[in-house]
Ligand binder design. Structure first.
Ligand code: SF4
Ligand code: SF4
Length: 389
């Protein structure tokens, strides 16, 4: 069997019988779950970036998690589901996230919801960016990891699917520090690919039944795509996912980083796919286009650097407060790794001189008031339906 195969099947909705049939079908070309042996402890790394009802399309759907849990339990494995949201990493936050995200359904199916909030130090000798890193300790108790991600648009990385989901192995309180450590999107993407390579989940499954378009990954709009995607290679899965929603794979920094490491080709045409993927192509998916493919490289002398800086400043996406929607809660100020947001007259104000464009503020604004703003020049240079409000 081709270990790089990507499988895609219809999954029109989240009815339990529909999810069961779709999960069986999407895993079948990959050899099913034959690798699961009795007594194994399987960790399902879900996307639980914040607590949100399943219909908001922020988190991996609980019916899919419950269905996979039943399959794994039937093979004699035990199952633990976990993630580290972008918040404090403790029982009170996670219990709220589990409850809001409907994970009692997975618990009833026999899954344990992670309550080990230890943090460990890791060392990855082959890493390109993050040789030393801190991770969520619950993963150490697992014999194998299944990465069960959600298809979403993303402010900084354009795409949240398989590769990006492993950023949740970093404890939530440390995530802003990682943004500050890797302010360049390409370095940040390399750090994420380092995590993918370190953890090497046995299997990646993407919940693309109801995806999220627009102001993702937490405040976008649910969008029906109607499929499940699976692969043993997260980057090839992401190339297909990006293509389906109208992103150029090369515009997704994690895909570009994986291409540089020969982990995936750049084009969907070079990937072996089981399933009629063209049936799920979206022609009106609201994307957030990353500026990377537009960036001007230029020469490396003083003149080249000056021209590059000026041009790229015009092209770069920026966080922008939609003042009418801002409620002045201060969450963006508290999470900003560059400490460059203040609250004035109950509205968020960004001091752009120090902004590293990590979009943590956009990701965690609870009312969607922080948006990704693209310059008119950048918009002119690209096509497609984009989130720009
Ligand atoms: S998190 Fe959102 S609503 Fe709260 S202050 Fe910032 S922009 Fe305003
Ligand atoms: S203002 Fe927003 S994008 Fe800029 S550094 Fe702070 S959190 Fe990141």
């Amino acid at each position: 069997m081709n270990p790089n195969l990507v499988s895609i099947v219809p999954c029109p909705d989240y009815a339990p019988d529909v999810c069961e049939a779709a999960l069986i079908a999407v895993l079948e070309p990959l050899g099913g779950l034959d690798w699961v042996k009795p007594g194994m402890r399987i960790g399902i790394k879900a996307n639980l970036v914040t607590g949100a009802k399943p219909e908001k399309a922020v988190t991996t759907h609980p019916t899919l998690l419950a269905t996979l849990t039943r399959f794994l339990k039937a093979r004699g494995a035990s199952v633990v589901i976990g993630d580290s949201p972008g918040n404090l990493y403790n029982a009170s936050v996670l219990n709220r996230v589990y409850a809001l995200s409907g994970l009692s359904e997975a618990e009833e199916a026999g899954a344990e919801l992670n309550h080990d909030f230890s943090e460990k130090d890791g060392f990855h000798a082959d890493a390109v960016q993050a040789k030393r890193f801190t991770y969520t300790g619950w993963l150490d108790s697992c014999d194998a990891i299944i990465n069960f991600c959600k298809l979403k648009s993303h402010g900084m990385m354009s795409l949240s699917a398989a590769a990006k989901n492993l950023f949740g192995t970093i404890p939530g309180t440390m995530k802003p520090e990682y943004h500050y450590r890797f302010p360049n999107p390409n370095d940040f993407a390399d750090m994420i690919v380092d995590l993918d390579e370190y953890w090497k989940p046995v299997l990646h499954i993407c919940d693309a039944v109801t995806a999220m378009e627009g102001n993702g990954p937490t405040q976008g709009t649910p969008k029906h795509v109607g499929c499940l995607i699976a692969s043993k290679n997260p980057h090839r899965l992401d190339v297909l996912a990006a293509t389906l929603i109208g992103l150029e794979p090369k515009d997704v920094p994690t895909i570009a980083a994986a291409v540089r490491r020969n982990l995936t080709p750049e084009s969907v045409d070079e990937i072996e796919i089981a399933g009629d993927w063209k049936a799920f192509l979206q022609d009106d998916f609201e994307i957030i286009r990353n500026r990377n493919s537009l960036l001007f490289v230029g020469g490396n002398n003083i003149f080249g650097r000056a021209v590059r800086g000026a041009i790229n400043a015009c092209l770069a996406s920026k966080p922008k407060v939609k003042t009418s929607a801002c409620v002045g809660c201060g969450k963006c100020r508290d999470i900003c790794p560059a400490h460059t947001i203040t609250i004035k007259n109950k509205k968020a104000v960004i001091d752009r001189r120090h902004c590293i464009k990590c979009f943590c503020c956009q990701e965690f604004c609870p009312v969607g008031a922080m948006r990704v703003h693209r310059s008119p020049v950048a918009k002119l240079l690209t096509r497609g339906k984009e989130s720009s409000k």
